[in-house]
Ligand binder design. Structure first.
Ligand code: GLN
Length: 203
């Protein structure tokens, strides 16, 4: 059983622990750099990326996290976690650092006031069985652009200007604008657990 940590500096940690357990992973909260070494994979939860970033620097986990990402540890970021995995962000705080790793530009709080929070069925590449994934968006970012190595897994199709990329993968890194951990549908967590299993077995 793969051991998957949830970065527990700030955000919806508990919901991810439950979703991962239901997707057959051994899930645990992690706060300290030393704990990263024991993990097969990591989830960076939703929350507030500016706070998470600041705490990651204060607790000394930012650089060790970057190191683990460079070494190829699978990481899944939801919402604020997606922002943390972006190489470049728009509308971030001036001093806001990210872990980075995915060659994409992500816009924070992108959907605007009238769309602060909404739910929408998302067609997710590779998870067609079972229909669209139930997407819960809360002050969510969207992906403004991606580099060549990035696979687009989902894009909104609402017929409005909200139609942007909302799920991506680059090698062992996965990110979604929305929060599957807040729904009973744990297919995206299952997808990530499969990524972790594959990476573990040298795939
Ligand atoms: N708006 C938050 C941020 O910028 C993300 C919101 C969320 O994670 N639900 O970090």
């Amino acid at each position: 059983t793969p051991v998957i940590g949830v970065l527990a500096l700030q955000g919806d940690v508990r919901e991810h622990l439950v979703a991962l357990a239901e997707a057959d992973a051994q899930a645990r909260p992690v706060r300290r750099a030393e704990e990263l070494a024991e993990l097969d994979g990591l989830v960076i939860p939703g929350g507030e990326s500016t706070t998470m970033s600041k705490l990651a620097l204060i607790f000394g986990v930012m650089e060790p996290l970057r190191q683990r990402v460079r070494e190829g540890m699978p990481v899944y970021g939801t919402c604020a976690g997606m922002i943390m995995l972006a190489d470049k962000i728009l509308d971030g705080r001036d001093d806001q650092e990210t872990v980075g790793g995915i060659d994409m530009v992500v816009r924070r709080n992108a959907f605007g006031r009238q769309n602060e929070s909404f739910e929408y069925g998302v067609d997710f590449r590779g998870l067609e069985d079972g229909g669209p994934v139930h997407g819960v968006f809360i002050r969510a970012p969207w992906v403004e652009s991606v580099g060549e190595g990035v696979e687009v897994l989902a894009q909104l199709d609402t017929g409005t200007e909200a139609d942007h990329i909302v799920a991506v993968r680059q090698n062992n890194l996965l990110a979604t604008s929305f929060h599957p951990e807040l729904t009973g549908d744990h297919r995206v967590h299952g997808y990530f657990v499969d990524m972790v299993r594959t990476a573990r077995h040298g795939g």
